[in-house]
Design a protein around this ligand. Structure first.
Ligand SMILES: Cc1cc2nc3c(=O)[nH]c(=O)nc-3n(C[C@H](O)[C@H](O)[C@H](O)COP(=O)(O)OP(=O)(O)OC[C@H]3O[C@@H](n4cnc5c(N)ncnc54)[C@H](O)[C@@H]3O)c2cc1C
Length: 458
């Protein structure tokens, strides 16, 4: 990651602080001050840091992992924005609400759809080069759940890589942004219920007027995942430990077309996500008899469920994604990864499956031990338990077992999934197969020390 390091050697790092001293108890290393502390260097964190700096703020950007380990870097298909002349934010909103199965917060979706075209334009102004058609206009892809072509992409299917590279180069140049690489935020520094800073796992405190937790999602808590290993919901655990409410934990998307790699193909290929933009360009899903069995452009949860049903009926381990009729040149990184695994998508369909299984008076900085949130790193047993009990189909018995898992976020996920006694979109309960209209627009909210409660969000 081409970033400028801030205080790469902390004043009281191991050299001065004494080898082997416990960071929980040693005095806080030198205090760093900033207007805004941003945790996470994915697209959200990088963009937040740049935006705050452009408004004149001094920013501290804390990143646990190198760039290539953020989900943003891995994102393939692109960004949805109603840019085409025959499209509109209103149509985009209608598609979003329909795909959300009554669980979408309309006011949030409105902002998303209304602002998306301007955000794409802004990324272009920041130097991100999106793919263009022959006339120089943005080339827009089609994806599941969308009734119009509205996916802006870069480098074929390397959109996330292009965006994060460009944004991190701008961050590196920006004098107002101090980057603390390979540091992990461990807890929020709270005074009177307000965050006045944060503390990293080496004990360093950052005093700030605002802290933004942009640590990505929690999909890597599940045993099989398309996400990088750092996506374990660290920010959610930190926020919850500091008193924040979390919502919608039971709703986890399972991507329908992740590669089932042949034996010996390597870990980087098994579970590799094949962007649905490829289905948008005409790739089809075939069962073991070579027959199509689902509308490939239906919303993801529908496609994932159709694949799982077909696998259960046939006892096969994978269905096939046939992209032989698609221009492979548009998706160079997908083709290269598949070829490494011995699969030539120009000649043969690809085996894929459902991966079934969100300036105050502050005094002296607190010692790490007093603010440290529970460790978000899952043990393999937790990942296996989430996969088993909080996958595509959930049972109350399995969820109750998960509710006593040692991982704090796994327990909260189980509690929310138990509370939602219905099947809706990605959340499917074996004992409550139908959608419950009484839960339309209702979100399971998890507050510290309380059982989840349902709140209606307009
Ligand atoms: C394979 C794949 C393909 C995808 N394709 C698309 C797509 O085509 N279109 C689309 O819209 N979305 C796509 N997504 C989803 C999209 O990538 C994510 O929703 C988005 O990138 C999330 O961005 P983020 O900045 O919030 O989090 P991330 O990119 O995950 O970044 C999180 C950052 O937080 C850091 N971090 C975590 N914990 C700590 C801590 N305790 N202290 C300090 N730093 C911490 C991590 O190191 C990382 O830098 C895809 C995801 C994957 C995995």
């Amino acid at each position: 990651m081409p970033t400028r390091r801030a205080n790469a050697r902390p004043p009281e790092g191991p050299a001065q602080g004494g080898r082997g001293r416990d960071p929980n108890t040693r005095p806080s290393p030198g205090l760093l001050e900033a207007d805004v502390a941003v945790v996470g260097a994915g697209a959200a964190g990088l963009y937040t840091a740049l935006t705050a700096a452009r408004q004149g703020a001094r920013v501290a950007l804390v990143s646990a992992t190198p760039l290539a380990e953020s989900a943003s870097y891995w994102a393939q298909g692109g960004l949805a924005a109603a840019i085409a002349f025959d499209d509109s934010p209103q149509l985009h909103l209608e598609d979003t609400i329909a795909a959300g199965r009554g669980a979408v917060r309309p006011s949030a979706a409105e902002v998303l759809c209304a602002e998306a075209p301007a955000r794409v334009q802004e990324l272009e102004q920041l130097g991100v080069r999106f793919d263009a058609d022959r006339r120089g206009r943005l080339a827009l892809g089609l994806e599941g759940g969308h009734s119009a072509r509205r996916i802006a992409h870069a480098g074929g299917s390397a959109t996330g890589r292009r965006i994060t590279r460009q944004l991190s180069a701008l961050v590196a140049e920006d004098e107002r942004i101090a980057v603390l690489e390979r540091r992990r935020a461990a807890g929020l520094w709270m005074v009177d219920g307000r965050a006045v800073g944060l503390v990293c796992d080496d004990g360093r405190a950052i005093a700030t007027r605002a802290a933004v937790l942009a640590t990505g999602g929690a999909a890597a808590l599940w045993a099989r995942t398309t996400n990088p290993p750092g996506a374990v919901g660290a920010g959610m655990v930190i926020a919850h430990a500091a008193g924040a409410a979390l919502a919608d934990l039971e709703l986890m998307q399972f991507h329908p077309t992740a590669v089932v790699a042949p034996d010996g193909a390597g870990d980087d290929v098994d579970g590799f996500l094949i962007t649905e933009a490829i289905r948008g360009e005409g790739a089809t899903l075939l069962d073991e008899d070579g027959e199509r069995f689902v509308d490939e452009l239906a919303p993801r949860d529908e496609v994932a469920r159709a694949i799982q049903d077909r696998l259960r009926e046939s006892s096969a381990t994978a269905v096939r994604l046939d992209m032989r009729a698609v221009d492979a040149g548009r998706f160079p990184n997908v083709v290269a990864t598949l070829r490494r695994a011995g699969i030539d998508p120009a000649r043969e369909p690809i085996p894929v499956a459902a991966l079934d299984e969100p300036p105050a008076a502050r005094g002296a900085p607190p010692p790490l031990a007093s603010v440290r949130a529970p460790d978000a790193t899952p043990v393999p047993e937790t990942r296996a338990a989430l996969w088993r009990h909080a996958g595509l189909v959930r049972t109350p018995e399995g969820l109750r077992e998960l509710a006593s898992d040692p991982h704090p976020l796994a327990r909260l996920i189980a509690a929310c999934a138990l509370a939602r006694e219905e099947s809706r979109g990605v959340h499917r309960r074996a004992d409550h197969a139908e959608l419950d209209p009484a839960l339309d627009l209702k979100h399971a909210v998890s507050r510290p020390q309380r059982a989840p409660s349902f709140e209606r969000w307009e």
